[in-house]
Design a protein around this ligand. Structure first.
Ligand SMILES: Cc1cc2nc3c(=O)[nH]c(=O)nc-3n(C[C@H](O)[C@H](O)[C@H](O)COP(=O)(O)OP(=O)(O)OC[C@H]3O[C@@H](n4cnc5c(N)ncnc54)[C@H](O)[C@@H]3O)c2cc1C
Ligand SMILES: *[C@@H]1O[C@H](CO)[C@@H](O)[C@H](O)[C@H]1NC(C)=O
Ligand SMILES: *[C@@H]1O[C@H](CO)[C@@H](O)[C@H](O)[C@H]1NC(C)=O
Ligand SMILES: *[C@@H]1O[C@H](CO)[C@@H](O)[C@H](O)[C@H]1NC(C)=O
Ligand SMILES: *[C@@H]1O[C@H](CO)[C@@H](O)[C@H](O)[C@H]1NC(C)=O
Ligand SMILES: *[C@@H]1O[C@H](CO)[C@@H](O)[C@H](O)[C@H]1NC(C)=O
Ligand SMILES: *[C@@H]1O[C@H](CO)[C@@H](O)[C@H](O)[C@H]1NC(C)=O
Ligand SMILES: *[C@@H]1O[C@H](CO)[C@@H](O)[C@H](O)[C@H]1NC(C)=O
Ligand SMILES: *[C@@H]1O[C@H](CO)[C@@H](O)[C@H](O)[C@H]1NC(C)=O
Length: 597
């Protein structure tokens, strides 16, 4: 695959017989579809694909951001830069409210604004989480269909296990029995070796109690240290845009994709057996541009992500009445759960100076080397640009009895925290020094007890909402973060690292007591970009929650939500796989409901 082979769908394919990418609302051939899906990220890309499998079903997918082919070349490669696009046209450019747990800091809050959504901008880690996380979803939603065992077939429908780019021998690096080669999204082991790979593996032998080797962290039992699996296909990112919306699917005449178009609200279309029906979306291409309505015969499905979906609901009069009326928005459905329970994983980047000339730091330090590596990637599809940002993952728990609050994790096989190895300086807070080579061990709290919220700031859909992930707000989360930082220091005490690790970088080196640990956590923590839970799924008839276990919005008709917003609790994992799986099962539920088989 060559860069210039990227599909320019609407330009090369004749419009009459193929699904087409539409750039303007006026060019769209219809204003009514069987299904209208809002947002082309992890959730929306799956639904658009699966619902259009039946050629008699017409599907419109609406995306606020541009089409994937405009992405800068560097990010077509699997190498992801340290700045995930904040301030670029591919990002929503959100900022959080000040967070007390972060010393009152506001932080950038990137969300993909492009075909593929955040799967086109993310770090590509592919983690299914623990079986306990899924079994808890089944319990909290009252639907056993969300349990680990019942979700396995959907995990297999999503995953297309793919050889790593360097085609190295992967025996002993994963368990083939728990993988699928027949799904849609490519998943692979790292395709570029790191100088410290043997040292990380040696650590599991030297310190097996703290860092046991885990052959495959995607078998439902993630605890331990193992090789990471990433959404990478050879030398390229495998995103919702390149997998579920790949050229073979975009060729369907019953699938239309409208980009550069923002949904500003959902509009009531009538009443079904006493419930307000919402089968229209209001769209526009600019803040001052005209607003048009596009309608669904069956359903509007919101997949606008954990920020976009609650934002649209609130703008539409679906949310807490007192907040809405304060902004002059008429409440159609008073539901205090909309926007509440926003949860995210805090992370901190711990860096070490290392004795190596094989880190990716050179890409940020030497523009000549960067250009040479990019050219090598472009010409040969090999080299450091094909590397995954993550070299190893460790999943771990704080000891039993070390805390007195209820355990927020889903059970004893579910991590409280994660460590993430990067072969260079990976920080959203500190700046890469102009010289020196580095290793980063990110610490992240993956079973946090803190909860935040998302509320409207103004009634203008072009003003961002108030986003308060409220990370590190509890003693438990701060205790886990400190434990995870201590664990990184313990890890590099293994004798294997002698000669490789030189010394701790910057503020980590200054962490010597409880006070400096607290200051380090408050001043250096940021997000690992995993917001969920702003429109939670609860059992049918529950007094709290936004959607039923099938994603249908409680109290309304014709409106469903399938994205990261509906996860009842944050998974102790990177969540893109969870959202792909939600999309796969929801597609089956929808097809059954409308007899689309
Ligand atoms: C920088 C970054 C790094 C990450 N790293 C990882 C990782 O390594 N591994 C992992 O598993 N997860 C990672 N994630 C998280 C993961 O990508 C998300 O959990 C997942 O993509 C969520 O899927 P979604 O469908 O809910 O939302 P998204 O994938 O974000 O899709 C939502 C889509 O809706 C569109 N949209 C929003 N509002 C509107 C509107 N009003 N009108 C029209 N369209 C709209 C957006 O533009 C976007 O395309 C990362 C996320 C980010 C931002
Ligand atoms: C992003 O937001 C910041 C402040 O929140 C603003 O200064 C900047 O201009 C914005 N960038 C873009 C590209 O919109
Ligand atoms: C959508 O509904 C709102 C509220 O009823 C209305 O003000 C608006 O004009 C509608 N949008 C369109 C495009 O008709
Ligand atoms: C969700 O948020 C509400 C309101 O803030 C709170 O009462 C409730 O405890 C939260 N639920 C969870 C599971 O955190
Ligand atoms: C790194 O150093 C080794 C030993 O000095 C050398 O053989 C190798 O070519 C160097 N690699 C790079 C990428 O400079
Ligand atoms: C930058 O990289 C180029 C190409 O690899 C190399 O020739 C040059 O010496 C490097 N410059 C520095 C300052 O290391
Ligand atoms: C990649 O190579 C093609 C020609 O083969 C060239 O047109 C393009 O500019 C190159 N891109 C980069 C990023 O080097
Ligand atoms: C911790 O407690 C759980 C039960 O709550 C148990 O299953 C697990 O084995 C215990 N772990 C250790 C290390 O003792
Ligand atoms: C972290 O390590 C320091 C120094 O060894 C210790 O004093 C502190 O209690 C540890 N914190 C946690 C939460 O384990």
């Amino acid at each position: 695959m060559h860069l210039s082979n990227y599909p320019l769908f609407s330009l090369i394919l004749p419009i009459s017989c193929v699904a087409t990418l539409y750039e303007t609302i006026e060019s769209l051939p219809s204003t009514t579809y069987d299904f209208v899906i809002v947002g082309a990220g992890a959730g929306g890309s799956v639904l658009a694909n699966r619902l259009s499998e039946n050629s008699k079903t017409s599907v419109l997918l609406i995306e606020a951001g541009p089409s994937y082919q405009y992405r800068r070349p560097k990010q077509h490669s699997s190498y992801a830069d340290a700045e995930p696009g904040t301030g670029s046209p591919w990002d929503w450019n959100y900022t959080t409210t000040p967070m007390p747990g972060l010393d009152g800091r506001s932080i950038p809050y990137p969300q993909g604004h492009i075909l593929g959504g955040s799967t086109s901008a993310n770090t590509m880690a592919y983690t299914r989480g623990s079986f306990e996380d899924w079994d808890r979803y089944a319990k909290l939603s009252g639907d056993s269909g969300w349990s680990w065992l019942e979700m396995l077939p959907y995990m297999f429908k999503n995953e297309k296990w793919t050889a790593p780019n360097d085609h190295h021998n992967t025996q002993g690096q994963y368990d083939p029995l728990v993988h699928s080669t027949t799904g849609i999204t490519s998943v692979s082991l790292p395709g570029f070796p790191h100088p410290f790979d043997p040292l990380a593996i040696a650590t599991t032998k030297e310190l097996p109690k703290a860092f046991p080797f885990n052959l495959d962290m995607n078998d439902g039992f993630p605890l331990g240290l193992g090789w990471p699996q990433s959404t990478i296909n050879g030398a390229q990112r495998s995103s919702g845009a390149t997998s579920y919306l790949g050229p073979q699917f975009m060729a369907r005449s019953n699938l239309h994709v409208l980009v550069n178009t923002r949904v500003t609200r959902v509009n009531q279309t009538g009443t079904d057996s006493g419930k307000p029906a919402f089968r229209s979306v209001e769209v526009t291409q600019s803040e001052t541009g005209p607003r048009k309505l596009i309608s669904a015969k069956n359903e509007v499905i919101l997949s606008a992500g954990p920020v976009g979906t609650p934002h649209i609901l609130l703008l539409s009069g679906i949310g807490p009445e007192k907040d809405l009326s304060a902004l002059g928005i008429q409440t159609i459905l008073n539901n205090p759960a909309v926007g509440q329970n926003l949860t995210d994983h805090p992370m901190i980047s711990n860096m070490w100076y290392v004795n190596s000339n094989g880190t990716f730091d050179v890409l940020g330090q030497n523009t000549t080397a960067f250009a040479a590596d990019l050219e090598q990637w472009n010409k040969t599809q090999f080299g450091i640009m094909t590397d995954a940002p993550i070299a190893f993952l460790v999943w771990s728990r704080v000891p039993n009895g070390s805390y007195s609050t209820p355990d927020p994790s889903a059970g004893p096989n579910t991590p409280h925290y994660e460590l993430l190895f990067a072969n260079g300086f990976l920080s959203a807070v500190d700046t890469l020094p102009s010289t020196g080579s580095f290793m980063t061990l990110v610490s992240s709290v993956t079973a946090p007890s803190s909860r935040g919220e998302l509320t409207l700031n103004t009634a203008n859909p072009f003003d961002q909402p108030n986003i308060n992930p409220n990370m590190l707000a509890t003693d438990f989360d701060n205790f886990v973060m400190a434990s995870a930082i201590n664990a990184t220091r313990e890890l590099v005490t293994a004798s294997a690292w002698k000669g490789y690790i030189i010394r701790e970088f910057g503020d980590l080196a200054a962490v010597t007591d409880a006070a400096s640990m607290k200051a380090y956590i408050q001043q250096k923590s940021t997000t690992i970009f995993h917001p969920v839970g702003t429109a939670v799924m609860t059992p049918k008839g529950a007094s709290w929650g936004v959607v039923d276990p099938d994603g249908i919005v409680k109290g309304l008709s014709g409106l469903r939500i399938i994205d990261a917003s509906i996860l009842p609790v944050i998974p102790s994992a990177h969540p893109q796989a969870h959202v792909y799986f939600l999309g796969e099962r929801a597609s089956d539920l929808i097809r059954a409901a409308y007899n689309l088989h």
